[in-house]
Design a protein around this ligand. Structure first.
Ligand SMILES: Nc1nc2c(ncn2[C@@H]2O[C@H](COP(=O)(O)OP(=O)(O)OP(=O)(O)O)[C@@H](O)[C@H]2O)c(=O)[nH]1
Ligand SMILES: [Mg+2]
Length: 696
């Protein structure tokens, strides 16, 4: 029989705040393809929430229900699910592993009580987990590691994975199970905490068996390691170990729950989402070791006062479903009823209908329990990241969320011009749902520019536009802001003279043009003497010069030139501002053609973060894109990752993301910041000029 301590759910703090019975929220986190959505499906099945376990491959999971996620065979947004286990409710937040879709999960993570970090059993892929561990650590979120796909693992890998992961973890990892093998296959596990062995039974609870004799020594060794890890946080246990006493099991179980819930120790479990092996064991761990929502409240700046009513931490806005605009979030501090008043900013707002969510299925409910994750209608002012409280609740500052940088851009145009109005409404909605997306209208080019995390992210946005809003668009790389400058000076006269009917037009000026240093911009000097051009027309000449500089001889804006106005003439009746502006423009555009114009391209400072062993490959990608590597070294925060700094022409950014991701299992990412302009010559320059001329 398990001791009473084993059965007691982790209620350490919850008992005092009245949140002991609250729904626990568990986030599934980890690299793309590790099996989070599959594990969510396995948990739902084991908990009895569904009676058939679907698969990502077959497109039959409860999560990833959107056509975009199905087509990609990977999550594109968070899946919100729930199941019951031994009379308790668990809310699951299945987060996408792809960086382009990470914003969703980042917004939701602070609301979770515990994260399950799902990792691949291949130790070589372990390094991919590091950025995820960092994010969780930064939030102070208690977590466990679940080594998935154990049905596929080769011998010895669980220990190897653990050894690979330990240097990346701020907290000590504690192996809670080790595998029992038959040949290559893992057929069960020895539970080091309970000191029992189990054999997997597909679709059912594992069978308790005797610890195989050949594994008893390993069991003792692993048990000792576990106890030593726990003893670092428990003096009484430390003393027992020093005295060579066998510690009481109740003490060990309590320590496990407290140290996991308190984010001091990270338990490591393994199993298979595909066969269900180890999934029920994971559920038991969730039951005993997921802390109540008090820590989540503190993280969000909510002081949960008994009786003060429920608050809602909104972490997503969903516009896509049949219900219209819904605010998705977690109910904290108390229960939440339909029609209850919450403060949205300072605005008291009555909540509309409440819905429980199981993937894309919603079920209306009159009341949400503390800890539940719900969709709430009619809280129109609510935005992702807001904490909506009732009047009595106390709020302190919350941790700000850092979203991935928007490094990719695409220009879109509607296939049907009549869709333009629809497009802006749709983009407004999509941006509201997705904090990592941004759009603006470029009036000069009539293009709509989308900025997002990476190309994959932007492709998803374009697919959503078409499916949800029926707006078909064409995409192309955003126009690169080429400029031109001049190599030498010239002096040029510009004369504008027209005699038509009554008043004519007359303007005449001579300008001296010379190059300036890079980045010096534009300088204008008025050297007119003796009033050959009357004072009031001088600004018009300057304006005309600037007009000409908007499109130089090569077709691009002209920079880094100085112009001296040295001579001119006027006519008492026919001269006007307009005539002088025209004269200035003529002088400048004709003059520039004699100044040996050349092309300038924008250069970006690029920082690439890339997983172990891929740095030099990423470096050669940069070189083929005319990048200049400034440095290649170790990442400052992620132990084994590499960081490359380089100067890269803007044209080299196009498609860079896809190329980097394909050489890094989808994980390399970059930031790019405009740095300077540099000359572009030769064939490449000719092509740019030719393309510009073709655009007219
Ligand atoms: N053999 C085996 N394959 C698995 C297991 N779990 C998941 N897979 C497969 O791994 C692939 C990725 O699984 P997903 O559940 O979509 O992975 P994910 O972590 O949700 O990926 P993202 O949503 O892209 O972050 C799918 O082809 C699954 O069928 C497992 O336990 N064993
Ligand atoms: Mg997924």
């Amino acid at each position: 029989m398990a001791s009473t301590a084993t059965l007691a759910r982790n209620t350490t703090t919850g008992a005092q705040s009245g949140q002991a019975g609250a729904t626990r929220a568990v986030a599934l986190v980890g690299p793309a393809g590790a099996g989070k959505t599959s594990l969510a499906e396995a948990l739902l099945y084991a908990g009895g929430a569904i009676n058939r376990q679907g698969s990502v491959e077959a497109g039959t999971t409860v999560g990833d229900a959107s056509p975009e996620a199905r087509a990609r065979r990977g999550s594109t947004e968070i899946n919100l699910l729930h199941f019951d286990f031994m009379d308790d409710r668990y809310a699951l937040i299945d987060t996408p592993g792809g960086l382009g879709f990470a914003a969703d999960g980042l917004a939701a993570l602070p609301s979770a009580d515990l994260a399950v970090v799902v990792v691949d059993p291949d130790p070589l892929r372990a390094a991919l987990v590091e950025p995820f561990l960092r994010r969780i650590d930064d939030l102070g979120l208690p977590h466990v590691i679940f080594v998935n796909k154990i049905d596929n693992a080769r011998a010895g890998s669980v220990r190897e994975v653990l050894d690979a992961l330990q240097p990346m973890s701020r907290e000590p990892l504690a192996l809670r199970q080790f595998p029992i093998r038959e040949g290559e296959a893992i057929i069960g596990y020895v539970d080091v905490a309970l000191e029992r062995a189990y054999r997997y039974r597909p679709g059912r609870e594992s069978e308790c068996i005797a610890i195989p004799v050949e594994l008893t020594a390993r069991e003792k060794e692993e048990r000792q390691k576990l106890l030593e890890t726990l003893a670092d946080f428990d003096d009484a246990l430390m003393e027992a170990l020093l005295m060579d006493e066998v510690p009481e099991q109740g003490m060990v179980v309590t320590d496990l729950a407290q140290d996991t819930g308190g984010n001091k120790v990270v338990p490591v479990m393994f199993g298979s989402a595909a066969t269900g092996g180890g999934v029920r064991r994971l559920m038991k761990l969730l039951r005993h070791e997921t802390p109540p929502p008090d820590a989540a409240c503190a993280r969000l700046g909510l002081e949960a006062i008994a009786g003060s009513g429920g608050a809602l931490h909104v972490f997503k806005i969903a516009n896509g479903g049949a219900m219209g605009r819904l605010a998705l979030g977690r109910v904290l501090g108390g229960a939440l009823k339909e029609g209850e008043e919450l403060l949205v900013g300072d605005e008291p707002t009555r909540t509309g209908s409440l819905f429980a969510m199981q993937g894309d299925k919603t079920a209306k409910q009159a009341e949400a329990r503390p800890g539940d994750i719900v969709a709430v209608a009619k809280v129109d002012g609510a935005k992702s990241g807001m904490l909506l409280t009732g009047k009595g609740a106390r709020r302190n500052g919350a941790t700000a969320i850092e979203y991935p940088a928007r490094n990719a851009g695409v220009a879109i145009t509607t296939r049907n011009r009549q869709d333009d109005v629809k497009l802006s409404t749709a983009l407004h909605r999509l941006c509201e749902e997705d904090p990592a997306l941004e759009w603006k209208q470029d009036d000069a080019t009539h293009e709509t520019l989308l900025r997002g995390v990476n190309d994959e992210h932007l492709q998803l946005v374009v697919a959503r536009l078409q499916r949800r809003y029926g707006v078909a668009v064409d995409t192309k790389p955003p126009r690169i802001a080429y400029k031109e400058s001049i190599r030498k000076g010239a002096t040029q006269r510009g004369r504008h003279k027209k005699q038509s009917g009554g008043h004519g037009q007359y303007g005449d000026c001579t300008v001296e043009i010379r190059p300036l240093g890079r980045g010096e911009g534009f300088a204008f000097e008025d050297k007119i003497t003796g009033g050959v051009i009357p004072r009031q027309y001088i600004p018009a000449v300057e304006a005309g010069i600037k007009d000409a500089m908007e499109k130089g001889p090569l077709g691009f804006p002209v920079v880094d030139v100085a112009v001296k106005l040295i001579d001119g003439s006027f006519h008492t009746v026919d001269s006007s501002e307009l005539a002088f502006r025209t004269a200035g423009r003529i002088a400048m555009s004709e003059g520039l053609t004699q100044c040996a114009p050349y092309l300038l391209e924008p250069i970006f400072r690029v920082t690439i973060d890339t997983p172990p062993g891929t740095g030099s490959k990423a470096g050669s990608v940069l070189s083929t894109r005319r990048g200049q590597i400034l440095g290649l070294g170790q990442h400052p925060d992620w132990a084994r990752w590499e960081r490359i700094e380089a100067m890269l022409p803007e044209s080299g950014l196009h498609g860079l993301d896809a190329e980097l991701r394909s050489l890094s299992q989808g994980l390399a990412s970059y930031t790019a910041e405009y740095d300077h302009l540099a000359e572009l010559s030769g064939k490449q320059a000719d092509e740019v000029v030719k393309a510009r001329a073709a655009e007219g």
